[in-house]
Design a protein around this ligand. Sequence first.
Ligand SMILES: NC(=O)c1ccc[n+]([C@@H]2O[C@H](COP(=O)([O-])OP(=O)(O)OC[C@H]3O[C@@H](n4cnc5c(N)ncnc54)[C@H](OP(=O)(O)O)[C@@H]3O)[C@@H](O)[C@H]2O)c1
Length: 227
Amino acid sequence: MPRPYVICHMIPSLDGRIVTAKWGMAKRGYDAYERTHKALAYDAWIIGRVSMAPYAGKSRIPKRKDDAQMPRTDFVAPDARAPYAIGIDPSGKLAWKVNNVEGEHAITVLTEAVSDDYLAFLRARGVSYVFGGRRAIDLPRVLEKLRKLFGIRRLALEGGGKINGHFAKADLIDEMSVIVAPVLDGSAGTPTLIDIPGGRQTVRALKLLSCESLGGDLVWLRYKVRR
Ligand SMILES: NC(=O)c1ccc[n+]([C@@H]2O[C@H](COP(=O)([O-])OP(=O)(O)OC[C@H]3O[C@@H](n4cnc5c(N)ncnc54)[C@H](OP(=O)(O)O)[C@@H]3O)[C@@H](O)[C@H]2O)c1
């Protein structure tokens, strides 16, 4: 079954940290990230639950009046169309305020362990969802579903470190697109470009595709993952 081509697009410090909040990064840095993100010509972008929380916003998950079980089947909302904004949220913590992120239709990746109330809430909000497994997320299967159900061929993987680590562990990253921010962060124990769960990683060699200076001391590096 075909899966989307995955490009991991990030803006780390020179030493690989990714929490930008304390960098005092000029607007130019954020603008460069957004501009290059658009240049990837993606059908969808995907981020982890922690990174998606500020975009999803906050709302109340209502308790249903009836107790009929909700089916654990994938849901494609009637107005779903590309480009898509996807979050991986195994236990259903994102309280979506609307069903899009800046106009891009929201899809969430869940496990079957989420509550019936939460599924009813997503349907009522019009947020599409796919199941990634019973208790854990099977990423290769999720990518196949995203291709089949939504026609996604080019997927931008945009952090944080944990989701990138899950993709790297499953060897699902095809390309790296990195804007190096002109900062040395140095904080130990904070998210980095790729944080592999369980620590162990298959090392992957990279082939340089392009190297571009973006002004403001920013450099955009693109690498293909060698297989
Ligand atoms: N500089 C940059 O380019 C950049 C880009 C993006 C984000 N960030 C920063 O990165 C930080 C967050 O990074 P993070 O590593 O802590 O979190 P993250 O990757 O955004 O989210 C991690 C969470 O997503 C869920 N998840 C993702 N993939 C999964 C998988 N395959 N299987 C199971 N669960 C999965 C889990 O949710 P549960 O915990 O609910 O199980 C996991 O704890 C934020 O500060 C954000 O601002 C920086």
